[in-house]
Ligand binder design. Structure first.
Ligand code: GLU
Length: 547
């Protein structure tokens, strides 16, 4: 068969360059030895998830700890899945977590010399190489219809054979020249398939940068490389793009491991040097005692938007992911609590080989810890940033009074005090913790543990004695006095010695006051809360809290 003629017939495009020209256009990058070039290659579906962030962080760390390059490529060959604004959303979401690209789609950088970074804009390079494979007898047109392929798959399934287009099932592999031209003349649509040279009885031992040694079977599937619309499949585009964008390390999900034999063969027939691969393990969670993969349908925490909307402190999420990426990160962090996580020596080979467990409680702990390192001013800025995007109108009004909010934050976080409190987990809950400091969001549900007469007596007597100039100890002396006047023990020790002799203790009196003033049985130092909200409001609440 005249393969050259066939190649020219199937791909007559005029804009293809000689293959060496592509090598010249996209030369090896001049980077230090050991520098890794990594990429994030999402499809523009608009859904960016924690797995993407996890992978992106590994990519970014691998590149930036070695003096390499991290770029963004958009795999938009499947138009059906394309969502407007998805690319901006990827960039914005990752930027929120402090992960930035050096080059790539929508990144303005002088480094952008390996583009275009949208696969749809790269048609000619794929087609040039597909044409070459056809000309070398290593690829061929396949005219099988969807129905024919389905029938083959059914037959294979019934016979418990491996499904796919291979060996004797690869009908179009052996079409004669006359049959091919007759099909073309009849206007039958076709795809281009790889004419696999592999032998499935042979095994390949492969070193994965994350999983270590893995043994795979040689590929014998005649996979589609160009679809009927002339656009490449993932497999083909991956080989071409990662070669010409000079990727040195491909980090991707372990779901791609099963396609690795195809990629090994493609790199080999294309004559390209194989990059290193690291297949990341899936993020799992324990659900009802059973470990399972995080699912888009069941787990809102899989979506990155969830973290922004709930107001997680971005650095905390990144640090948490670092603990899953490299198990020695936690120990390093304990020894270097003040050091930027970027100083940690990230290592791809220390990544987990199987199912990484995602634990939201641990994330919450890290988030509390990270937020407790902020000054009141920084805490204000972080919370206000969240309020502007996701808060209520009332939150917006409250935060406009910076001085007042800072005084509250100083109290509830114990900022500047001896003991730094770690109450704020994330912005959403942190902002609602401030609600009772404002009349419009103070909506108490009084739940006293004492009868109305007792509650009212406590509230009235304290209100009569309250003076906003009292310091903590005078304030507390007054609470004790109210206790003594209303049948409670003023001293804890007296109450403990004779519980039956009193209605309760001074702690119960303080609780009644606290419920009236804050709406809750627990709050930070009540004397300070009263000072912050002011005398007028305090008295109003003491009166309104009567039963
Ligand atoms: N577009 C592929 C995906 O989103 C990329 C896989 C890869 O990183 O090679 O799964």
């Amino acid at each position: 068969m005249d393969f050259k003629k066939l190649a020219q017939t199937l791909i007559p495009d005029k804009d293809l360059l000689p293959l060496e020209e592509y090598e010249r256009l996209y030369p090896e990058r001049s980077l230090e030895k050991g520098a890794e070039v990594t990429r994030l290659a999402p499809s523009p579906t608009g859904f960016i998830h924690l797995g993407n962030l996890y992978s992106a962080l590994a990519d970014e760390r691998a590149a930036h700890t070695t003096g390499g390059v991290f770029y963004l490529r958009i795999e938009d060959t499947d138009l059906k899945r394309k969502v407007d604004g998805a690319v901006e959303s990827v960039i914005r979401s990752l930027d929120y977590f402090g992960i930035n690209f050096d080059e790539g789609a929508e990144i303005s950088s002088p480094l952008n010399k390996y583009g275009p970074y949208y696969q749809r804009a790269r048609a000619s390079v794929y087609r040039a190489f597909a044409k070459d494979l056809i000309a070398r007898g290593l690829a061929y047109p396949c005219f099988c219809t969807e129905d024919e392929l389905n029938a083959v798959r059914e037959e294979q399934t019934n016979e418990k054979k491996i499904t796919g287009y291979y060996g004797a099932y690869a009908k179009c592999r052996n079409l004669s020249e006359a049959e091919i031209y007759a099909n073309l003349k009849a206007g039958k649509p076709f795809v281009i398939r790889l004419k696999s040279q592999g032998d499935p009885s042979r095994k390949i031992i492969f070193r994965d940068a994350i999983k270590g040694e893995v043994t795979v079977t040689e590929n014998d599937q005649d996979v589609v490389i160009l679809k009927s619309d002339g656009i490449p499949t993932y497999h083909f585009a991956h080989a071409i793009d990662d070669h010409f964008m000079r990727t040195t390390l491909v980090i991707r999900g372990e779901e791609w491991l099963s396609s690795l034999p195809i990629h090994l063969e493609l790199f080999s027939v294309l004559g390209f040097k194989l990059p290193k691969y690291g297949h990341t393990c899936s993020l799992m969670k324990v659900d009802g005692g059973v470990k399972r993969k995080l699912s888009k349908r069941k787990d809102p925490e899989l979506s990155l938007d969830y973290y922004r909307k709930s107001g997680y402190y971005p650095k905390a999420v990144v640090k948490y992911l670092m603990t899953i990426l490299n198990s020695n990160f936690e120990e390093w962090e304990r020894k270097n609590p003040q050091t930027d996580y970027r100083e940690f020596k990230f290592s791809i080979s220390k990544m987990g080989k199987s199912g990484a467990l995602f634990d939201i409680d641990k994330l919450n702990d890290i988030s509390k810890e990270e937020l407790s390192k902020l000054t009141a001013e920084e805490t204000y800025e972080f919370l206000y940033g969240w309020v502007k995007e996701f808060g209520t109108e009332a939150d917006g009004k409250h935060f406009a009074d910076k001085e007042y909010i800072i005084s509250i934050l100083n109290l509830i976080c114990g900022i500047g005090g001896k003991k730094r409190r770690k109450d704020i987990v994330r912005a959403e809950t942190g902002v609602s913790m401030l609600d009772y400091f404002f009349d419009d969001t103070f909506s108490p549900e009084y739940s006293y543990r004492f009868d109305g007469g007792t509650v009212n007596a406590v509230l009235d007597k304290f209100a009569a004695a309250y003076d906003e100039n009292d310091d903590n100890s005078v304030w507390f002396t007054k609470v004790k006095a109210v206790a003594a006047q209303t049948g409670f023990a003023a001293e804890m020790s007296d109450y403990k010695a004779n519980p039956a002799g009193y209605r309760g203790s001074v702690a119960d009196v303080a609780e009644i006051l606290r419920i009236a003033v804050t709406g809750m049985p627990n709050s930070p130092d009540l004397c300070t809360v009263m000072k912050i909200i002011g005398k007028e409001r305090t008295l109003k609440r003491l009166a309104a809290g009567r039963v």
